[in-house]
Write a protein that binds this ligand. Structure first.
Ligand SMILES: Nc1ncnc2c1ncn2[C@@H]1O[C@H](COP(=O)(O)OP(=O)(O)OP(=O)(O)O)[C@@H](O)[C@H]1O
Ligand SMILES: [Mg+2]
Length: 1042
């Protein structure tokens, strides 16, 4: 809960007084005023006492304290009432209004400004430029309206001479989107230019005292206010408070007009009108014989210039009146007095037209634009009414009468809403209620406005009299019609009352006190007495802005116009409209009290304040409030708002009626002691209960929001999940489809490979989907191995050996020699065929060799040996799986030297055609030979030699380390094992194909080797594919395709 004022400051709400008596009320009001607490509540009504000093309670920090708070959370303040009105508007989507009342100088206008300031400060958190613009316009318009609509009076330096009702329109979010100003300027009786010593226009004064020299020069206006009759009061000018800087004020108004959107021409015209009015006031009329004349014609020239009309036309309009009698038009000369009257009427009318035009222009700018209720939602309104306060002067005339009537109307509205309706409602709803008496001022309202009998009617009748039309006739009418009225009297009716003058005064007993009015001027002020000639004069001005202000000047002299409505009727109609407008809104009241007449911040004039408290009906207000209920709401509406507080009502109740449900709800909150149940509404006695309900609601709303968020987030997540899952299913199906189609395609293409001649070598592999690339590699590998297997499966062991040897050759010498002899069959033991061909014997040599018990002959061939002296001799080499023999062909191949194979450390071969082979031995006695005696000649046997040796070593499972030096073309074998060889076999056709594919790299050595080493393998078995797939991480797909 918020801070509360301690009791040393008195009671913050008059409802809390121990005894409701005027004494206690006044004591509390005084105490609070003296302690600097200028605001006090009566329930939701704020009573404000003018402090007459700057108070530090309107700053940004205070605004923050009141923002969004309930009324009773903080000490009483205007901001609280503004916030309550704003909240009510937002919460219930209802139009609200703040009615500020009180007498002149009580602080109404100031209060309205603070309220506007507060609303501007708390709205538009999003800082939308358009809303900022509207807010700025609304605030600036105030400054302009005050400058032209206010006057300095003896009661208030800045007295509103017009009533202002401003509607602020809000969008559904609660941001201001525009506004409208209704001004209740007193028609024809604006006193800003009267010579009465009460007041004068701030606009005129500001121009004279604050206008820049160049402007004043162009307007022919001097800086001395005493030079102008209209703003000179009783020969002396009342100087405004020294603290107010006229130049700054003038500039502020000029700037505000610019911001609002007045063009330079329009602003200039306004200054010209003000200057013309000042000059008009100085016109003097004299008489020369029968002729009325203007004594200072120079002024006429100035006025003509300023109003953009001919000097002669101005002079004629001032001195003559054009009268149409039938078809004739004659000029009737004014008397000096009539001319003087006409001049004043012109000045007033010009001022009034200008003011209305300014309000119209401001309304054009601030009105809500481009708003479509269907699109943007309902547009709600907060109205702020700051209207002239109750006035009692020494000499009260028609203006005071209108103003006081207006205050009667507003008091009646207050009574209607706060006192009468409330009590009637209790009765209607069957709530036990003891009636509280109060003074109902309807009788005074009727006294003024009643048809045929009211003062306004009598006045209008007097004006329409065919015979003599004088103020006295009007008074006689009043005396005869209202003689018996308790609130009306005159000297004639009470001859002993010396405070009333015969044939001049009448007294009305207003709700706020007795006021004596002088009838002098009533008739004139009520009639539209501005001569048509002036209207035509101004309409015919060449200044377009001025012309717009006088549309009726268009009518020609002979045109008969309807009698215009009188000022009283116009005023009455506007008041009725205003009250109707206010009555349909939810009202909030600020009741202003003026503590003293001397604008002192210290003085609390007991009598004066007591009087105001009495006539404002504040005490009755407290009584009704105390006995009554702070709030009432219809059951369904109440439930709608608070049903979340109780488990019985959330989300919907199942009780017999809403009334029962509300009872249940309040019982469950423990609040039933503070409420009463009417027929259709629940009545809540103290605002605290309402506040407590609001608090609980706010807490629950948070939870509901959380709940909704939770559900919604869940929904979104589920939606997203479903979408994702659907995407995944589609993705999977698509992948499956792709994989399946690939596998089907492969299957289709390779289905009949077995029966194909080339075993499917010519088949083009389909492009696999990305995910099956490794699978394809595996497949290809499987296929290749199968294909190799089909080639070698029927080979003899010899053929297999030969293939292995060729593979070894290829691996060792690929790219090192142009011809590796892979194409032909490798016989190995060439000496056998050679000797058979030569007819010579190998037998002797073989006999010797056989002793070595070899298993297999690896290679034999005629060679030419080169010794270290480069001497060449024919020899033969004979390599078994155990030894390398050097033989002499001349001596029947008798072995000359034998080297155990394990002593052969390596073989070097030359890249050329010479077929040079170096057998490196451990003892470094290398054997260097060139292979020769080939059939056909030149046949390359180097590859065969190297391959056979390599394959031999591999097969015998010795660790071999083969290093091939490119430069030296050297192949070295680290270890050689013994073995026995047989004659080389014929190469089958299939073997040849295999070898060629080896050369073309279709098949890798290891692949072939794997095929060669295996006994039998099915082409592509399911388990193989499975394993391959698993190796490739694709078992998943395998499962899908099988
Ligand atoms: N809250 C306030 N703080 C300080 N001064 C204030 C406050 N309210 C009023 N005043 C002073 O009282 C003066 C008169 O106030 P204001 O013009 O609001 O009276 P009003 O009720 O509008 O009178 P009128 O009916 O003549 O227009 C202000 O010029 C200002 O000096
Ligand atoms: Mg005011």
């Amino acid at each position: 809960m918020a801070e509360h004022e301690s009791l040393e400051f008195g009671k913050a709400d008059f409802v809390l007084l121990d005894n409701v008596s005027l004494e206690e009320f006044m004591a509390n009001l005084k105490l609070r005023f003296e302690k600097g607490r200028i605001y006090t509540y009566i329930g939701e009504v704020v009573v404000s006492v003018n402090p007459y000093r700057a108070m530090n309670i309107y700053g940004r920090d205070t605004i923050e304290q009141y923002k969004g708070r309930e009324l009773y959370e903080r000490p009483p303040h205007l901001f609280a009432i503004a916030d309550a009105a704003y909240k009510a508007m937002k919460r219930r989507n209802k139009d609200t209004c703040i009615v500020i009342s009180g007498e002149s100088g009580a602080g109404k206008t100031e209060a309205s400004k603070y309220i506007m300031q507060y609303i501007a400060a708390i709205t538009n958190p999003g800082q939308r430029a358009e809303v900022e613009r509207v807010k700025n316009m609304l605030l600036k318009s105030n400054c302009v309206l005050e400058a032209f609509g206010n006057a300095k009076t003896n009661r208030n330096d800045n007295s509103s001479r017009f009533g202002k009702y401003m509607d602020i329109n809000f969008d559904f979010k609660g941001d201001p989107i525009g506004g409208h100003i209704n001004n209740y300027l007193l028609e024809k009786s604006l006193r800003c230019v009267t010579k009465t010593p009460h007041c004068y226009s701030l606009g005129c004064l500001q121009l004279v005292k604050g206008g820049p020299d160049s402007l004043l020069r162009s307007l022919h206006v001097s800086k001395d206010p005493t030079a102008y009759n209209y703003i000179r009061v009783g020969g002396q000018v009342k100087v405004r408070l020294s603290s107010i800087n006229d130049t700054a004020d003038f500039k502020a108004v000029a700037d505000a007009m610019k911001v609002i959107g007045f063009t330079a021409e329009e602003i200039q015209t306004v200054y010209k009108i003000l200057a013309s009015i000042l000059h008009l006031g100085n016109l003097r009329f004299g008489v020369d014989g029968d002729t009325t004349l203007i004594e200072n014609p120079k002024v006429v020239e100035l006025i003509g210039g300023l109003l953009a009309t001919k000097e002669e036309s101005v002079e004629k309009a001032l001195l003559y009146r054009t009268v149409a009698t039938g078809r004739d038009v004659i000029d009737k000369q004014h008397t000096a007095q009539e001319a003087g009257y006409g001049r004043d009427a012109l000045a007033k009318a010009m001022y009034e037209r200008m003011f209305c035009w300014i309000v119209g222009r401001i309304n054009d700018v601030i009105e809500v634009k481009n708003y479509d209720a269907k699109v943007h939602g309902k547009n709600t309104v907060i109205g702020v009414l700051d209207i002239y306060g109750f006035e009692i002067f020494q000499n009260n005339s028609f203006e005071q009468f209108c103003i006081n009537y207006c205050n009667e109307k507003l008091q009646q509205l207050f009574i209607q809403l706060v006192l009468t309706q409330e009590q009637e409602e209790y009765q209607r709803e069957g709530i036990p209620w003891k009636h509280i008496d109060y003074f109902n001022n309807q009788v005074i309202v009727d006294l003024v406005e009643l048809q045929h009998k009211g003062i306004f009617s009598v006045l209008d009748e007097a004006c329409m009299n065919v015979g003599k039309v004088t103020d006295e006739v009007f008074l006689q009418g009043l005396n005869s019609k209202l003689a018996k009225h308790a609130h009306y009297t005159s000297r004639k009716l009470s001859p002993t009352d010396k405070s009333l003058e015969f044939d001049r005064d009448f007294r009305v007993r207003h709700y706020a006190g007795d006021v004596v009015y002088s009838v002098v001027g009533f008739i004139d002020k009520n009639k539209d007495t501005l001569f048509q000639d002036f209207k035509r004069l101004l309409y015919n001005s060449s200044n377009p802005v001025l012309k717009v202000m006088w549309p009726e000047g268009k009518l020609s002299i002979t045109e008969v116009t309807k009698r215009p409505l009188t000022a009283a009727t116009l005023f009455k109609n506007s008041m009725i409209a205003l009250v109707e407008n206010l009555a349909c809104k939810e009202p909030y009241y600020v009741r202003c009290i003026k503590p003293n007449e001397v604008k002192s911040p210290l003085l609390f004039e007991q009598e004066r304040c007591r009087h105001q408290v009495e006539y404002l009906g504040l005490l009755e207000n407290v009584r009704v409030r105390r006995a009554g209920f702070a709030n009432r709401q219809e059951y369904p509406r109440f439930l709608q708002r608070y049903k979340m507080i109780s488990e019985f009502t959330w989300p919907n109740h199942d009780l017999r009626s809403d009334r029962e449900a509300v009872k249940m709800l309040l019982q469950s909150c423990g609040l039933e002691h503070d409420v009463a149940y009417g027929k259709t509404k629940v009545f809540i006695r103290t605002p605290r209960t309402l506040f407590s309900l609001e608090e609980q609601r706010a807490e629950m709303v948070g939870r509901i929001v959380l709940f909704l968020q939770k559900v919604w987030r869940g929904t979104i997540a589920r939606m997203r999940y479903r979408r994702m899952r659907a995407a995944l299913v589609i993705l999977r199906a698509y992948r499956r489809f792709k994989v399946k189609s690939y596998v089907r395609d492969v299957n289709r293409r390779f289905k009949s490979v077995r029966s194909m001649k080339d075993r499917g070598r010519s088949i083009k592999w389909p492009t696999p989907p990305k995910v099956l690339r490794r699978f394809e590699e595996a497949l290809r590998s499987i296929y290749s191995r199968w294909w190799a297997w089909t080639l070698i499966k029927d080979l003899t062991p010899e053929e297999k050996l030969q293939i292995k040897a060729k593979v070894a050759t290829l691996e060792a010498l690929k790219g090192q020699r142009p011809d590796l002899g892979l194409q032909r069959s490798w016989e190995g033991n060439y000496l056998v065929s050679w000797t058979r061909y030569q007819g010579s014997g190998l037998l002797e040599g073989l006999e010797v060799v056989r002793k070595d018990k070899f298993m297999r002959v690896l290679f034999s061939c005629n060679v030419r040996k080169i010794n270290r002296f480069h001497k060449a001799e024919d020899r033969a080499i004979f390599i078994t799986d155990r030894h390398l023999y050097k033989m002499d062909p001349v001596k029947q191949y008798k072995p000359m030297k034998n080297i155990p194979l394990y002593n052969v450390t390596g073989v070097s071969v030359s890249p050329g055609k010479d077929q040079l082979v170096v057998f490196h031995t451990k003892d470094s006695r290398d054997l260097v030979v060139c292979l020769q005696g080939m059939t056909p000649p030149g046949d390359s046997r180097i590859g065969e030699l190297v391959g056979t040796l390599l394959s031999h070593f591999k097969r015998s499972r010795t660790t071999t380390c083969t290093t091939t030096s490119t430069e030296q073309r050297k192949l070295s074998l680290t270890r050689i094992e013994r073995g026995v060889g047989g004659p080389g076999a014929q190469l089958s056709k299939r073997t040849n194909t295999l070898v060629s594919s080896l050369r073309n790299r279709c098949l890798t050595g290891p692949q072939l080797a794997a095929s060669l080493n295996s006994t039998h393998k099915p082409p592509v078995s399911t388990s193989t594919v499975k394993r391959q797939l698993r190796d490739a991480g694709l078992l998943f797909f395998f499962l899908m395709i099988t």
